[in-house]
Write a protein that binds this ligand. Sequence first.
Ligand code: ADP
Ligand code: MG
Length: 701
Amino acid sequence: MDEVFKTSIDYLKGVGTSRAEILKKELGIFTFEDLLRYYPFKYIDRTRFYKIRDINPELPHVQVIARLKHKEIVGEKHTRRLIAIVQDDTASMELAWFQGVKWIEKTLIPGRAYIIFGKPGTFNGKAQMAHPEIEPYSPEALKRQGNLTLQPAYNSTERLKQFSLDTKGIQKLTATLLKGYSKHITETLPQYIINKFGLMGRKMAFQCIHFPEDANMLYEAQRRLKFDELFLIQLKLLKNKLLRNQKFKGFVFEKVGHYFNTFYQEKLPFDLTNAQKRVLKEIRTDTQRGVQMNRLLQGDVGSGKTVVALMNVLLAIDNGFQACIMAPTEILATQHYHSIKSLVGDDFLDVELLTGSTRAKARKVLHEKLENGSLQLLIGTHALLEDKVQFKNLGLVVIDEQHRFGVEQRAKLWKKNILPPHVLVMTATPIPRTLAMTLYGDLDVSVINELPAGRKPIETIHYYENQRLPMFGFMKREIAKGRQVYVVYPLIKESEKLDLKNLEDGVEIMSREFPLPQYRISIVHGKLSAADKEEEMQRFVKGETHIMVATTVIEVGVNVPNASVMIIENAERFGLSQLHQLRGRVGRGAEQSYCILMSSHKLSREGRIRLDTMVSTNDGFKISEIDLELRGPGDIEGTQQSGVMDLKIANLATDQQLLMQVRELVESIFEKDPQLTHPENLPIHQLLQVKNAGLSWDKIS
Ligand code: ADP
Ligand code: MG
């Protein structure tokens, strides 16, 4: 992009100091380029007219031609409103205004035909449109609407509107910008790529995205600008990967020795699944080729990622290295520590746990053992990242539930040895392919797509609040069979007090329904000290309690195979990936497991989709796709720190195909011309030189 687009927005004709101020503050538009890249969020088709009978209240907006039958001002003071009834040859509909009532009332003439445009809705079960745009019908007016074809709409705010920066105002500025400067928009892609993908030129694309001539031109403009965004991201990711492979030698784990073999032959209590074996092989190849491994391990909850990680750790130890496993919460780190200890048995490995609550004295011993190399495996929380934690020879880093750690933290662990250790990242929940390709596009990916044999799929049931009795009955029957039950309450930071109250009420109801001494209940929530939490958890883990009432602190990783029922209260308040995570806490043993989603009768459309999805599938990958569609990447954990948020137009949920094409293209470019020295790739070389290029890439390791 030409330098001129770096000009401060103050200098655009028609902006001025105060509007510039507000554009910066409200929309983050600082430069000409920012405005150019401030795309309409939708386009309104004003060529289409609906019949009233065909109007669906779910439509974002409709346009009708209808005759005014009746008008009337009703209500007193703040309920005062203007109601109008309009009718076409199919049906009638109510219009309502709550503001400017008197003035609008005067302009409306019964018997006359109008062009009416607005968002359809319902009021008291009747179709109604509130505050529509309304204009007397005439052939000229109709023609004018037709000429607008696709009317762009820009997001605006109340503040902006005070400065006349509504859709029309923003459009005016964009028009000024394009008129004065579009000649400076240069082509950034090599001609061969433009030809191969039949892309619209860049200048034309910017013109059409703001002022589309028709739907087809708009589509092409969108495709071109999406292509640019995805291309740049993949270019940087794959370039990073290439550089890293050239720059960083990796430790070679040559041997399969005592630790791995003994564990595999004598201690592993089950057969590995084929998927686990395949992934181990992939890791084995990585760690032998003399290049640093950076691998993402994806697998659904319960697919057995931990044991794969452990066997990888044993390989590192066999080759004289230390290893560490980092988890996002203390509970999870502790759980890993215990389950690994119980898998390997006492006196096999020197393993320690380091978390925020490790005492200074224990810490000191631990640091010494780390530095003299006697400590083989350190498991912990982000306490591992502290500078004081120094290894003698760290060869492998396993990061569990990665997307809770910032990418910077990932990089921090690298620096714990002279050569960067091998890195294995494990995600808590599967993420859609497109997101993985963008969030972790510089990593190699392994997938465990198979659950251990003998697992019965979890049965999921959705109950409404008034079905509590059958739920209690169900719990009792399961407990009588010797099973254990989780009951989870949502914890949302903004209303922590309220949530705690919910939990306390829940505990009270549970205690009444499940009285001592027949039933025992563990209670775990964020307000407990780490020690108390641990004690309560352990009581449940050991089977001393039947029911565990908890907030979402148990969401990740907790593993109690005998627990076979997961009850989620206020399930409609949880996100999909969270629900799936929670459900994954059961179904870990051989017993049939159940997940019961409790909700109120009042469900939003999205809430209903989430619960229906949970009832209909156990497939974490499928669920993650739906989650991405519902929420967009912005609300998915881990994306905030990544370049994904800089996507202004490409959509990882809907642009999968384009992303795949782009990824393949970039791979083939680097394969043929890793240094980008071919003359035809000069533009690509230049693209990579542009600092930031509108994307915050430096944050990606
Ligand atoms: P996740 O992938 O969710 O981290 P875990 O590693 O916690 O899953 O494994 C879930 C449970 O399955 C653990 O109890 C683990 O010991 C067990 N497990 C792992 N692999 C197998 C296997 N191949 N066969 C039987 N059980 C397994
Ligand atoms: Mg796990």
